[in-house]
Design a protein around this ligand. Structure first.
Ligand code: RP5
Length: 155
């Protein structure tokens, strides 16, 4: 398993699904878990500490509101952590974004856009592609197809 996808609640799944679909499209092995930084601090710490032994290289974490999940995970591991701020009901995700992006110096989280879970997967692919030429080729093809799609747009 190369990537761990963690979300704070099952209610985050609709936002996180495109992340998992994108990892699957690139053939990246991943594991997904629902673990809350606030409701399950012990099991979260235990799970994060097991990741390196499982071969995990990147953690993607999505949470909303007081979205401490990616930051807490980053505090528990030196694996790169990509955070996805999930749109919240009360503040439209600005709370989630600021919670995730404003990390203290020394413990970084690569923060995506609000609900930007597809980009989290693509960012993980970019990192993994550094050491995997077949994956790098797939990523290049994806970019070319995406570019072509825009160029072919007729309005
Ligand atoms: C966060 O609180 C979760 O990541 C979710 O985005 C938000 C609401 O969670 P639920 O009350 O729906 O479980 O911890």
């Amino acid at each position: 398993m190369k990537v761990a996808v963690i979300m704070g609640s099952a209610s985050d799944w609709d936002v996180m699904a495109p992340c998992c679909e994108t990892l699957e499209a690139f053939g990246i092995s991943y594991e997904k878990r629902v673990l809350s930084a606030h409701r399950n601090p012990g099991p979260l710490a235990e799970y994060v500490s097991s990741l390196k032994d499982k071969g995990c290289e990147i953690v993607i974490a999505g949470a909303g509101g007081a979205a401490h999940l990616p930051g807490v995970i980053a505090a528990l591991t030196t694996l790169p952590v990509i955070g996805i701020p999930v749109k919240s009901k009360a503040l439209g995700g600005l709370d989630s974004l600021l919670s995730i992006v404003q990390m203290p110096s020394g413990i970084p989280v690569a923060t995506m856009a609000i609900d930007g879970s597809k980009n989290a997967a693509l960012y993980a692919v970019s990192i993994l592609a550094l050491a995997d030429s077949a994956l790098a080729e797939k990523l290049q093809e994806f970019r070319e197809q995406q570019s072509q799609k825009v160029l072919n747009t007729v309005i």
